[in-house]
Design a protein around this ligand. Sequence first.
Ligand SMILES: [Zn+2]
Length: 404
Amino acid sequence: MDGFLTIGQPAAVAAVRGLLAQGRAHAMLLVGPPGVGKMPLALDIAAALLCERAADGLGPCRECRGCRMVEHGNHADLHLLAPTGAGGQIQIGNSDHPEPGTIRALAGDLALLPVEGGARVAIIREAQAMNEHAQSALLKTLEEPPDNTTLILCADDDEQLLPTIRSRCVRVRLGSVDVRSIEALLEGRGLADPPTAARLARLTAGRAGLAVAYAAAPEAVAVRAELVRRLLDLLAARPAERLVAAKDLQSRALALARLLTAPTDGPDAAPAPKAQGKGAAKPAGAAAEAVVDDGEEPADAEAGPVSKTSPAERRLALRTLVDLWRDLTRDLVLVDRGAIGTVRDLALLEEFQAATKALSEGAAALALARLVRAGELLDGNVTPELVLDALLLRWPHRAPPGRR
Ligand SMILES: [Zn+2]
């Protein structure tokens, strides 16, 4: 689509074009699951606004100085805020001398004249990572935005934002990206051959960013498969064995999360916009970085012991585990219902069939509901390890052969 690089989101792109054409793009809230392309769309909007040639509603030219600076992540009037620090939050900042990368620093920057003399754009990645104080501080900027300034908030879940924030933003929803678009993206970037692209597109179910991350880190595919097999094995394990497995599951999940968020050097790697403050999204800008919109901070791909990790990392590990666990359980439910055509992880179909035969009726569906709930809990203030223990203990028990 001319000038827009976002893939597989025709409705959202059309909505954004409409807003740009009407000059109604002062505060936008891009909402959708992780990995569907909120950051790419936010960067498209930024490019359209900072392009020196684009007419209202048209995409960026991708050639002018403004476009090139957005692409290289060094446009002085493009501000990017992302969660930082151990808590994985977007900080409000000191009221007198706000640290770079905080809400108050952003508000201060926006109060100054634009460096290039044109528009100014601020993108807040994972806006749900602002606590109430940070949101209240942002509200002032939203209520009285400086001239020619656009704020773009990206959020997995807008329910965690204050109603006053939501009501001041135009909401644009992003859904799953279709399988064909993801295949084309992976093949087009030379990240995967056609069979691998097809497999990853299916496995990641519409999360293009996740598919790119897996394609860029083939080892992650192996770690994921290992975790899925272990969870399947645990169906036959006694409670004590399950609890013993918890620590290792968490540490392998952290290894997976790190592989998926590590900067990589894909072809046509485009640097992300300049990060504001230390620890904000690094301008490592790989293929994955350009599309993965909700990864946490990139970290070393080597997983250390879980005990040495920060609370944010422990939470990230659990989120990664629950994510694939939910996908696995969803596949079990589908196999149980005979809907094999929609199974995501076809490589494990035989294992899924063996497992469902040994489960009592409805057990997989119940487990799926619990995992969905666990995912919601992890967004809140629960201890990840407690959630994991509860999930392991209530993971269905597989009857010994011949009992069902
Ligand atoms: Zn341009």
